[in-house]
Design a protein around this ligand. Structure first.
Ligand code: DQA
Length: 152
């Protein structure tokens, strides 16, 4: 099975606890378990990762690049950078650095474009294949479908 990475940013591990009106009551663990099962049915070994700190996310993206390079392959990535979406030039640069071997689709549970103006900007999406926002936890599965349709 082809590996497919998921990277989740700050506070995503509190999905199911935080702001349920916005993000629903499905817990982070169950969202990721569903994504792993959904991916497996489509031929992907899905490996979720979550960190609250920018540095750990960047380290993980670089490790994925090194892993893909060593195996001379490509590892598709689904990323929900949380609030880093809206201001992290460092994660944007990391996505740019790895994109040849780690192409990314950005996912947001909420439709960020319907929310506060500061959420309308995504620095990270500039370095992604595309963005899926507003479909709740299904967004992860839609991103897996998108990679499948792209031929991964
Ligand atoms: C989010 C949207 C971000 O604006 C917010 O900071 C999050 C969650 C989402 O999944 O809808 O942490 O990425």
């Amino acid at each position: 099975m082809r590996k497919l990475a998921i990277v989740n940013g700050p506070n995503t591990n509190f999905f199911g606890i935080r702001n349920k009106a916005q993000y629903g009551s499905v817990t982070y663990d169950s969202m990721m378990a569903d994504a792993v099962a959904y991916g497996a049915e489509r031929g992907f070994a899905v490996e979720p990762f979550q960190a609250n700190g920018e540095g750990r996310i960047i380290d993980h993206l670089q490790e994925l690049y090194r892993e893909a390079e060593a195996a001379d392959t490509v590892i598709p990535l689904v990323i929900n950078p949380g609030a880093f979406t809206h201001y992290s030039l460092a994660i944007m640069d990391a996505l740019e650095s790895v994109r040849e071997r780690v192409p990314a689709i950005e996912v947001h549970l909420s439709n960020v474009h319907k929310r506060e103006e500061f959420r309308h900007v995504s620095y990270t999406a500039r370095e992604c294949v595309g963005q899926i926002a507003g479909f709740g936890a299904d967004g992860y599965q839609l991103a897996i479908d998108a990679f499948k349709r792209m031929g991964y």
